[in-house]
Design a protein around this ligand. Structure first.
Ligand SMILES: Cc1cc2nc3c(=O)[nH]c(=O)nc-3n(C[C@H](O)[C@H](O)[C@H](O)COP(=O)(O)OP(=O)(O)OC[C@H]3O[C@@H](n4cnc5c(N)ncnc54)[C@H](O)[C@@H]3O)c2cc1C
Length: 460
């Protein structure tokens, strides 16, 4: 392939692109990756990592409140947003440098430029330079969606800008009901902002188990967040130093910032893919097969741009599998089932497998186990909060097909439960596992009473 500059050209150095580039290079491929913004992509620069740092910051307020019941007196506590943002930015810069160094160590050439297709084997960089490649990988991720045009949309920020606000807003309206909207609502509330969450659907976290949605909404309300479902923001008007946010029921909320987190759109526009006839799926992502191959044989796509399961570990797995398939001689499909996931709200959510509604649809017989209880820590602190846990069991096979947790460290717990569910653990396996006492997690192995049974043998 003498007419090729590289074996693989990767467009986008995010979670998926970086992993694919590094692994392909380690298989011996000559690799170049283009990044138009910052190496590391959404997760590292303006997604998971900075968000989790803000989550940590926001949780101190509850810790301080709870400390009193344990005998602590904490006086004169203050919070400085610019310090948090500066420290967060320093850590993100360190991570970006680490990602860059890893690529360089694997002899991946990095070009800091936007890249677009010229033809199926050629990409054009911003300086008009053309690179010929045997294989091209689209790993361009996704961007915030702002929805239909409304008056005052220019005043609205997305999560991208939320990471760089000069000051903590005293009041913020957030539109959206997905995990990013919910997480930012909890972050700002924990840091002391007055938060109004506006969501057009009937309850937050669409797609999650209904009990989880209800439990979290109540917990958020208990923490002073106004959760307004069934409405949308119809206009944002600047009025002096504040914004007047009009909702679809004609009510108004005054706010210092307005943020929309109403979904993300795969980055497929202006990439030059239309003439190549790369097929776009009806959900807006690039259509790919199980090996992430697009409708054009030498062009692949991984990560959020394919709009399959839009999470960092999935993007990384897809990037790795692509490199093993195309450059490692080991065809590797990615299994998108039973992906454990967390919402870093306050309290946290951790889920894996089917929701109760999905399980009822798909299984002949279903047993539901659930529990809600006051965490031990709250007994002395007096905090009014409850943990929620649910196990869904296929009553025909006894396999645990879903686990849903709302409570402290739910994200950590669900990682481990995810292993058991992926392995096909049965309810009997859970029951046979000795409890760790005193923990919240022990409830997962001590739930004996069915809350409900559905199916041919249904009792309820
Ligand atoms: C606020 C927020 C919080 C999140 N929290 C979590 C979480 O807690 N856990 C989790 O698992 N996931 C989380 N995610 C999702 C996660 O960030 C994404 O799933 C993941 O980053 C997808 O990786 P990717 O490589 O597909 O895309 P990205 O990481 O978005 O990388 C794509 C890269 O391509 C670049 N690019 C785009 N077009 C071009 C072009 N034409 N030329 C050159 N470069 C280009 C972009 O600048 C970007 O750097 C979060 C996302 C957001 C926005």
């Amino acid at each position: 392939m003498a007419d090729r500059d590289v074996d693989l050209f990767v467009i986008g150095a995010g979670s998926a692109g970086v992993r694919a580039a590094r692994v392909a290079a380690s298989h011996g491929a000559r690799v170049m990756v283009a990044e138009e913004y910052r190496v590391g992509g959404t997760c590292v620069i303006r997604g998971c990592v900075p968000k989790k740092l803000l989550v940590y910051a926001s949780r101190f307020s509850e810790e301080f409140d709870e400390a009193a019941g344990y005998g602590w007196t904490i006086s004169g506590r203050t919070f400085d947003w610019p310090t948090l943002i500066a420290n967060k930015d320093r850590e993100i810069a360190r991570l970006e440098a680490a990602y860059t160094a890893t690529l360089e160590r694997h002899n991946v050439a990095i070009v800091k430029s936007r890249a677009v297709f010229e033809d199926a084997h050629t990409v054009r960089l911003a300086n008009a330079m053309r690179i010929r490649a045997g294989t091209i990988l689209i790993a361009t991720g996704a961007r915030p969606n702002f929805g239909p045009e409304i008056p005052g949309l220019e005043h609205v920020i997305s999560s991208n800008e939320a990471f760089h606000l000069r000051e903590l807003p005293r009041r913020i309206v957030i539109q959206g009901g997905g995990y990013i909207a919910v997480e930012f609502a909890c972050i700002f509330a924990g840091l002391g902002s007055k938060v109004t969450l506006v969501y057009r659907g009937e309850n937050i976290l669409r797609g999650f188990d209904d009990d989880v949605r209800e439990h979290l909404r109540n917990e958020m309300r208990g923490r002073g967040i106004t959760v307004t479902c069934g409405h949308t923001v119809t206009a944002v008007q600047r009025s002096g130093g504040e914004f007047v946010v009009r909702l679809s029921d004609n009510s108004e909320v005054k706010s210092d910032k307005v943020m929309f987190a109403i979904g993300r759109r795969p980055n497929v526009a202006n990439l030059g893919i239309e003439p190549l006839k790369i097929r776009i799926h009806e959900h807006g992502g690039i259509e790919v097969d199980e090996f992430s191959r697009t409708s054009v044989a030498n062009i692949f796509a991984v990560g959020d741009v394919t709009n399959r399961v839009n999470l960092t570990p999935v993007a990384i797995r897809e990037g790795h599998a692509f490199a093993d398939t195309v450059f490692g001689g080991k065809p590797t499909p990615v299994d998108h089932s039973n992906v454990p996931t967390a919402v870093f709200s306050e309290p946290e959510v951790g889920v894996v497998g089917l929701t109760e509604a999905q399980a009822r649809d798909r299984l002949a017989k279903l047993d539901v186990y659930k529990t809600t209880f006051r965490p031990l820590k709250s007994t002395l602190s007096g905090r009014d909060t409850r943990v929620f846990m649910k196990l869904l069991v296929d009553a025909t096979t006894d396999r645990v097909v879903g686990c849903h947790i709302v409570g402290p460290d739910a994200g950590e717990l669900i990682q481990i439960v995810g292993v058991a569910v992926k392995m096909g653990a049965t309810k009997a396996d859970f029951d046979a596992t000795m409890a760790v006492h005193p923990t919240a997690a022990e409830e997962l192995v001590t739930m004996r009473e069915k809350a409900a049974s559905y199916g041919r043998h249904a009792a309820e």
